[in-house]
Design a protein around this ligand. Structure first.
Ligand code: ATP
Length: 496
């Protein structure tokens, strides 16, 4: 699997993802997508929209505002409860999410020597070994074997233990502040005069925009339960420790569906399973590697009080197995809250049962940025062609930023250039196509392989005589000779 630092460097070098505000030193937790990343991301969103909305009869789309009435976030529980526990190192001022910091007592033959404390991440195991060794040395026990080490998140530390746990930055007990809750919503002001009343929030999820429009959609369309409302859009969270590249950022995009169904305890389990299976298949269909995908079924005790079930689709990123998509059954908590806080009836009238109720909802919610990152991890490959090492991005053609590249064999033969430009401009009307005439053809192939372009079409001297072109495949590097009509039929078939 590609190492994270190589992928980050690759993304910058090739124009997939740049650190945001790069020339000002970057801004932690924010990213800018470059020319190729923008295409890749757009292809992901378009395909999700096509598959989840346009190819189905039971889901409609929505595009709600980023800034909603602040009461939306009071009703949803975000103002009071959308927080992570945070600790600070008093000395270095480093800030950590308490559930991402781990501690363990270190003892030898049952005698406690002290505590170690490490942060989550690629270096964790090496850190544990290093800090344990240092503690043994400080107690003149370097030759002894420590008892088994049981790591726990800092959120589980008892108050009396807390004073003994060192800061992961200084390794000195007492340097960490006790955990306190930190609300992740970004605040802003609406209107010209700064005041309490003008405080608003950048949405931390797109879902609430869907719930507050439930009645509008029911009244303005002909949807009948079960049906879904889908939305793609930016979400903002003031993450305490943004990290792992775009995986945990402060500004990101979500693709969310709220799938409403009758409030009937017998219906949701099957539908939930169907959604889990459908979304898993979708991730396979876009080219995520099967061996990197898994499920995390949440235990009842870990669910929010209103949730009935939740299964996450997990992906093995270079920094570990992490959530890619959550598929939760939320009961009718959100509609109940918005009905009671807004005072507006939001019930659905069921014509079959001749009764009104607030439907249940299943929420498949996936991050665009996490999907793009998982695609890059799945597609990035290095192999050898004719004894030469190459980087190849094995993206599915429908996801690839550039679908085809047209080359004249050489650039100093006007008749080749003219024919190649003609073919390029006709293909470009249908698909995002590149034109490249610089350097040896082999070099041009490599450049296209590296950015995932599935096909290169070369115009050579035979093309002038018989109107056929060499089509070269990125993955197999095999070449075939096709006419323009055959090329177009081939692309149409492969890209549908
Ligand atoms: P995590 O536990 O990883 O913080 P979450 O459970 O808070 O995620 P949800 O609130 O379920 O995430 O959000 C739905 C989806 O939005 C996630 O599955 C993920 O793909 C995406 N997402 C959430 N937070 C971020 C973030 N900070 N950066 C990028 N994507 C995110």
């Amino acid at each position: 699997m590609v190492a994270m630092k190589d992928l980050v460097a690759f993304c910058k070098r090739k124009g997939f993802v740049f650190p945001s505000s790069d020339i000002y030193g970057g801004l932690n937790g924010f990213f800018d997508y470059g020319p190729l990343g923008t295409e890749l991301k757009r292809n992901v969103k378009n395909l999700w929209w096509k598959n989840m909305v346009q190819d189905r009869e039971d889901i409609v789309g929505l595009d709600s505002a980023v800034i909603l009435h602040p009461n939306v976030w009071r009703a949803s529980g975000h103002v009071d409860g959308f927080s992570d526990p945070m600790v600070d190192c008093k000395v270095t001022k480093a800030r950590y999410r308490a559930d991402q910091v781990f501690y363990a007592p270190i003892s030898v033959a049952g005698k406690l020597l002290g505590y170690i404390c490490v942060t989550d991440g690629e270096e964790r195991d090496a850190d544990i070994a290093k800090k344990t060794k240092a503690l043994l040395k400080a107690h003149n026990c370097s030759q002894e074997k420590p008892d088994e080490i049981h790591l726990k998140p800092l959120t589980e530390a008892k108050p009396e233990e807390f004073a003994l746990i060192p800061s992961p930055a200084t390794d000195k007990p007492g340097d960490l502040t006790p955990p306190r809750e930190f609300n992740l919503m970004f605040q802003t002001q609406v209107g010209a005069v700064a005041s309490e009343a003008g405080i608003a929030y950048l949405r931390p999820e797109t879902a609430q925009g869907i719930f507050i429009n439930f009645k509008n959609v029911v009244d303005s369309t002909r949807v009948k339960l079960p049906f879904g409302i889908a939305q793609i859009g930016k979400a903002f969270r003031n993450e305490i420790t943004p990290r792992n590249f775009t995986f945990r950022s402060r500004e990101f995009e979500q693709m969310e569906i709220e799938y409403f169904l009758p409030a009937d305890e017998t219906l949701w389990p099957n539908l939930h399973q169907k959604w889990i299976e459908e979304r898993y298949q979708w991730h396979l269909s876009i080219g995520l590697r099967e061996e990197f995908l898994s499920f995390d079924v949440h235990e009842k005790k870990d669910l929010a009080h209103y949730a009935k079930a939740c299964t996450d689709i997990m992906f093995r990123y270079p920094f570990g197995v992490q959530e890619l998509e959550g598929i939760a059954v939320r009961g009718n908590f959100d509609l109940t809250q918005h009905q009671s806080c807004s005072g507006k009836p939001l019930e659905y009238f069921d014509e079959t049962l001749k009764t009104k109720y607030l439907p249940y909802v299943i929420e498949p919610s996936v991050g665009v940025d996490r999907t793009v990152l998982a695609l890059l991890v799945s597609a990035y490959d290095e192999d050898e062609v004719n004894g030469e090492k190459r980087v190849v991005l094995r993206l599915k053609p429908k996801l690839a930023p550039i679908k085809a590249a047209v080359f004249p064999l050489v650039k100093n033969k006007p008749e080749l250039v003219e024919k190649a430009r003609g073919l390029f401009s006709r293909l470009q009307k249908r698909w995002y196509t590149a034109y490249d005439e610089t350097g040896a053809v082999g070099r041009r192939y490599r450049r296209m392989d590296e950015i995932g372009t599935p096909w290169c079409v070369t115009v050579d001297f035979d093309s002038l005589d018989n109107d056929t072109y060499t089509l070269r495949d990125r993955d197999t590097t095999q070449q075939t000779r096709l006419s323009e009509a055959e090329l177009i039929t081939f692309f149409e078939k492969e890209l549908q």
